[in-house]
Write a new protein. Structure first.
Length: 270
């Protein structure tokens, strides 16, 4: 599933094509993805000017001069295509600008979503209403994370994946950050010291920043809007490397936690 760096990369790829452009055509090509597509999305978006594009957690936001935000989630296999020569079976939303650019949201497995909400209601819109701080923001600190997990007996990996604690983190980058910080994924959240949390927050910011710079990680069908693949996967230290050597010489291990693969080094991570 595309995670925060992949969504950030997607938004960055859409920005030069859409920002400041008037939408001549907005055409949902089916009634639903994971959820029904709002019936008024076409009407509210057609003729509007895109004023900005941004990201919240794993969601992309396309804001317009009508005071709306179209919110997209890429699900497990979604991606945007820019100026496709032909439309494909799984191109489920078509946008065309007055300047002649064409963009389509392609989602073969249809686990993504599309919503449109007034900007004034954005923070109240589920699931934004209960989200924690952005991991790359100034509010996400070691002190915050220590307070948010105080007395929690749940494993730290599980807590980091809780969007109410921190928004946008996913399995790949949590595994990588925990390894970088030297913290075992099953360590109880409430038992981790503030200095170790500060090291973990630094690792999270570092791994996300590096992944964004590399264009994200190519996992299954993910590609940037220009069709290029992300290359951070070649820099994974533990994720997907079961049985391979960690930099310490021990072998990377894999375990299933709540249906997700957890990759870690038992020698480096305590």
């Amino acid at each position: 599933m595309p995670e925060l760096p992949e969504v950030e990369t997607t938004v960055a790829g859409l920005r030069p094509v859409l920002e400041g452009q008037r939408l001549a055509l907005v055409e949902p090509r089916r009634a639903d993805l994971r959820r029904p597509i709002p019936v008024d999305l076409r009407q509210r978006m057609t003729g509007s000017v895109v004023t900005s594009l941004s990201r919240r957690a794993k969601y992309g936001l396309i804001e317009t001069d009508r005071g709306d935000a179209m919110i997209f989630h890429l699900g497990m296999s979604g991606r945007w295509r820019i100026d496709p020569v032909e439309l494909e079976k799984h191109d489920h939303l078509l946008l065309e600008t007055v300047s002649g650019r064409r963009l389509v949201l392609n989602d073969p497995r249809r686990f993504g979503s599309l919503d449109i909400v007034p900007l004034s209601d954005l923070e109240k819109h589920p699931p934004f209403a209960t989200m924690g701080p952005e991991p790359l923001g100034d509010d996400f600190t070691g002190a915050y994370l220590k307070a948010a997990t105080r007395d929690r007996k749940a494993p730290i990996k599980q807590l980091l994946l809780d969007q109410k604690i921190v928004a946008g983190l996913g399995n790949i980058y949590v595994c990588e950050a925990l390894h970088m910080a030297g913290i075992a994924p099953r360590q109880k959240g409430g038992a981790i010291s503030k200095p170790r949390y500060e090291r973990l927050v630094m690792a999270i910011k570092q791994v996300l920043t590096a992944a964004i710079a590399a264009g994200g990680s190519t996992l299954r069908d993910f590609a940037r809007p220009d069709g290029e693949l992300g290359y951070f996967a070649k820099d994974w230290l533990v994720y997907g490397r079961e049985g391979q050597a960690c930099h310490c010489g021990a072998l990377v291990q894999r375990r299933i936690d709540s249906g997700r693969s957890t990759f870690y080094c038992s020698q480096c991570q305590k």
